[in-house]
Each structure stands twice: as structure tokens, then as C-alpha cells.
Design a protein around this ligand. Structure first.
Ligand SMILES: Cc1cc2nc3c(=O)[nH]c(=O)nc-3n(C[C@H](O)[C@H](O)[C@H](O)COP(=O)(O)O)c2cc1C
Length: 186
């Protein structure tokens, strides 16, 4: 079951730097790619920054639609993240090839990926110079959802050895958060 996250808390979904699945559509076939280089950028209205190669098929779709969706994958689908990050939608339909199930987003056209822990729907803020120079897109978050029970008022709740987000170390190796450390101010 999915629940909405208040938009002013949307940054907490990305605060710890999870690797993401990015989806987009220009009205035709949607596409999906993996993203490690992304971050929360602002609280209210919430914004994100994400580096998406201008060569990627997903980026072409985003440049046409000015929208994207972010699905936050769990450790259970790390293989899928690698698969969609090593193939291009310019050549194959990744949803067919990798049997990816989706469901409709609330505010954007891009589909959301089933089996993930959280989802953000975003509208691109036009910044053509930085998009062209750095492949860096800035977008406003217009909807945020999480799997019920995995997110509290302070953010993610990951049980030890449970399902959690994944964090790309490089070369298909991922780290998974296994413990929450609560720091005290001295
Ligand atoms: C774990 C992982 C993380 C990635 N992170 C990024 C990223 O942050 N930015 C990017 O442009 N490409 C990234 N990639 C590469 C794209 O996902 C890859 O180029 C993909 O094939 C693009 O697909 P498309 O052409 O269907 O859009 C990553 C790949 C993997 C496997």
C-alpha cells in the first residue's frame, strides 16, 4: 500500500542518496534508466537536481515532455536497476524485456515502477544553459509517495537486515543501509 508524503518532507526521500529509476514519456512509449547522480535541492517548494546524460533516450523524452518520475528501488530489485542502466530504450522496450510492472503517476505522464519503496513526480524547471553544459536538470517535486510503514515523520524506517534503498558504489556494486544511527548534539 502506498501513502502520500507531504511535499515539504519530500526531500527526506532523497536525503541519504539512493540510486533511482528515472522514467519519462513524451506521450509515446515510456522509458526507464538508472540514476546515481541526484540530490534534493530545496525544501518548499521541493526541488531536486539530477544529472542525466544528454545521450540517453530518457533525457530525450524529458526534454520533450519537461516531466520525469523517480522510483526509489529496494534492494530486492538491484539486478533490474543494473539492467535498465546498461541498456537503452532507443533499442529495446525495457518494460517488455525486463518484465517491469508500472502504475500511473498522479501528476505526470511518466509511469511509476512497481516494487519500489518511494516515488517522486517532477516537472522540469527550464534552465537550458546548465542542462546543455552539465547535463544537470532541476525539477520541482509535485507529488511524493512511499510504501506504507517504511517512512515516519523523520524519514525512512529501515529495519536491520530488512528491505532498504540501494546506493551505487560503482561497477554494479551497491551498499544497503543496515542501521540507523541517531546522533546527539553536544
Ligand atoms: C547504477 C547506475 C547508475 C547510473 N547513474 C547514472 C546517472 O546518474 N546519470 C546518467 O546519465 N546515467 C547514469 N547511468 C547510466 C544510464 O542509466 C544508462 O546510460 C542507460 O542505458 C540510459 O538508458 P536510456 O538510453 O534508455 O535512457 C547509471 C547506470 C547505472 C547502472
Amino acid at each position: 500500500m502506498r501513502v502520500n508524503v507531504p511535499l515539504e518532507k519530500a526531500y527526506l526521500l532523497l536525503n541519504h542518496g539512493p540510486t533511482l529509476l528515472v522514467t519519462a514519456t513524451d506521450g509515446g512509449k515510456p522509458n526507464v534508466m538508472a540514476s546515481a547522480w541526484n540530490t534534493a535541492l530545496d525544501l518548499d517548494p521541493p526541488k531536486i537536481a539530477i544529472v542525466l546524460s544528454g545521450e540517453s533516450h530518457t533525457r530525450h523524452l524529458i526534454d520533450r515532455s519537461h516531466e520525469l518520475a523517480l522510483s526509489i528501488p529496494s534492494s530486492e530489485i538491484a539486478d533490474l536497476v543494473l539492467s535498465v542502466g546498461k541498456t537503452t530504450g532507443a533499442e529495446i522496450d525495457k518494460f517488455d524485456r525486463f518484465k517491469i510492472r508500472t502504475f500511473p503517476a498522479k501528476k505526470v505522464g511518466a509511469p511509476l515502477i512497481d516494487g519500489c519503496l518511494g516515488w517522486l513526480e517532477c516537472r522540469v524547471i527550464p534552465e537550458p544553459r546548465i542542462a546543455k553544459t552539465y547535463d544537470l536538470l532541476i525539477a520541482e517535486v509535485v507529488s511524493a509517495q512511499v510504501v506504507k510503514g517504511m517512512f515516519g515523520p523523520d524519514g525512512w524506517i529501515f529495519a536491520p537486515k530488512g528491505v532498504a534503498t540501494i546506493h551505487h558504489l560503482g561497477k554494479g556494486r551497491f551498499a544497503v543501509p543496515s542501521r540507523t544511527l541517531i546522533a546527539k548534539k553536544k
